[in-house]
Write a new protein. Sequence first.
Length: 911
Amino acid sequence: MFDLLFGKKKTVTNVDNVKASEEKDKSLDLSGDVGSIKTIFDEEEEKQKRLADKRNGKAQDTNKKKIKKTRKALIKMITVPKYVQDSIPYDKVFLNGIIKTKDDIYTKSYKITDTNFRTATQEVQNEIFFAYGELLNYFQPDVRPQFVIWSHKIDQDEFKREVLYQKKNDKFDVYREDLNNILKEKISEGQNSIVQDKYLIISVKAENVEIANGIFSRIDAEVSSKLKTITDYQTDPMELQERLELLYNIYNQDTDIKFFKKMNIDGKEARSFSIPWLLELGLTTKDVIGPNALTFERDYMRIGDKYARSLYLRNLPTELSAEIFTSISEIGCNCLTSVHYAPYRQDEAIKLVRNRMIDVSANVAQSAQRLAKQGLTTEFISPDLQEEKEGADSVYKDLTVRDQKAFLMAVTVTIFADDLEELNKYTEIAMNKAGDQLCTLAKLTEQQEKGLNTTLPLGVKEIYADRFMNTVSAALFLPFSSQELIQKGGNYYGINETSHNMIMYNRLRGQNSNGLILGMSGSGKSFAAKAEMTQVFLKDPTNEIFVIDPQAEYAPLANALGGEVIRITPGSSNHINPFDLDITADEKDGDDPITVKSNYICSIFESAIGGRNGLNTIQVTIIDRCVRLIYEDYIAEMTRRNVAIDEKNEEIERYNRHNPDNEKPLKPRETIDTTICPTMTEFYELIKRQPEPEAEYIALAIEKYCIGNFRTFSYQTNVNTNSRFTVYDISAIKAGSGMGEMGMQVCLNDIWNRTIRNKGKCRTFIYIDELYMITQSESCARFLMYVFKQIRKYGGVPTGMTQNCEDLLTNRESRGIFNNCSFIMMMNQSLEDRMQIGSLLHLSESQLGFIKNADSGHGLLYTGKSIVPFANIYPRDNELYTLLSTNPNDIKKVLAKQELEKEQTIEEKSA
């Protein structure tokens, strides 16, 4: 390991590396003369002095002693670094993440989250723009920002390992292969091999690290707060290891050796990097992060085996797009794009501008005098001179009236390539990108090392190609473009229509895992739901999936994945008892299972009796009373069983304590027994015995569901499936009779009981199609809301699908369901639904444009914080497409094929 990391030569001129000394205290001294920093104000004062000397006719001092001193300083300044370490532009690192770069300059780095600037409306773009301007105004002459975009290729093999499905050697590998073919095609498209990381580096001038640390402790919170108004994310300072790893990755693009690895050796954890370990070896951090070699040519450089070139932004037009900075960074290769801001003191800036106004006014006056001598009026003054005067006047007003600040701004780019030909190609692309914005991006000549150091995320600025700008102009170079959703363990949801990168999102990492899929008929919402189900099933063999299917659309997929379809029809032999009760109590919220069941029973009878008007208070009271009465015997029996189990378990535990080599399995507590749960028929008989007149009305209203023609749910449960994929097909129970809504609720209750039993064992994914059917009454929506709020603690992941958003928002409870979802896929929407969605999710007009007249499979993906436009299109020649299709003809073909295969299998077995 030592040879891999440190047994390499690091040289600029093929001189063997020598070990630099390092202080063995909290801070780590690093070798290398990195020079001294020269403030912008010093340079400006010297410039003004030279101009004044010239105006006054003073000759330059030719004192020989001064010339000799100046020559010595210049010789020292242009000394060529002898070792690679000398070229790395910092002096010390500190364990709290601070890096000292030059004299009294300390830096901290922050990794910032991108935001959707390109797809936002003009109004939202203005908000981001002005928020960025406020962030820039926060900085002072001694507290300077640098923004860096690090565009870099990812390890394609590693990316594929994370994205592609591994074979399990089962009958479902054919579908994993189909998915992999789709994913491989998408990986090759767009910019999936290039990712962008964005950083803010803040430089502070302080006498020592203690003072700098005190300044940063205030800056951390204030800068994070200002960035949150732009990105909606918390921004924390980077740790030392993160900063060093970033530098290592920039300097060592010619190696696959990772900066940090952990390995178990002889039962002990070994790490490839740690500060104490470096100190023991007498090494410095520069020994670790530096490349094999650095060679600087006239207009390019060699970093290890790679080629690189630094450029700077030389000319700017009078009008500029706010996408200039991010546009230059998107050239399809590894590159660093950096912008440095050096804020002026306000009084110094005003003085500078005032002096400029005086100079321009003097030039205008001189021009007027010359014109007067020729008999011409001031109308003939040069337009350029007049424009210069107007510009100076405008900047003066910006600084004195419009609450703007002044900055010196410098933009540099460093491009990396495998060879010189490739480097020239990407250099031309970058120059053309700048040219598209009427800017000039020029190569740095004999300043490649300084250009590299200026572009590195260290806050170092060695190139003085500054432009004087006010806040509004400086804020045009904002680093935000578009959000990406590429998460480890994520499912594939299509292509980001802004960046054309893959969307890989893991719902389990969201604020909650609740989801909705919204879209008009034909928009692709059922296809999207099936695609997610398939990935959930194939990715983790422990996941269980339940689907409530009112339209008979999911049987082909369930059959293909070895699942079970439970068809609930009037007169069917398949029965699910709505009175099944799991007695597990919610320890956190203290919800009594009987109370929850009472609310649930009210909801199913409300949909059958009361409709939208609901049950009155007396009816609810009677139902609640009867629910508690009917479960008395059940609760008593389950309690008796569990007391016996607990006593037996105590006996087993005592035995194990005295016999440590023996271990008997503890018997699990029983929380549900569907064979002794009461039924709807029994509940009907109990209601009839109640003395209130309202009880007679309730009994009469529910009679048809208990002993009449609609008594489908009046029997004890006889459905007991161990399948990982279960579909409740309730298409034969039509809505309108009350049976459709009741059927959905009964199935949901059965799934809820399964979810409780699965707690701690596996994830339970629940899909409810035509969700609006059980949100029309308040009590129905209330039970559904309860499920959505509580299900995460049991490992459940619920998803509702519906056509019209407006139908889903009929009452406060159903609105609560919408607001409690951190995952919403939106397909094509009507005008009314777009307005509702836009209001609830605060979407801009440009974002809503992605769900206006959208093609099937296109839309917006909302994840709580990110909003990404997507296109989720599967190739039609892929077998998986036919399986996921909701086209009635495709469904018939698949079912016919599956039935034929089933018959052939039966014949083969009988033969």
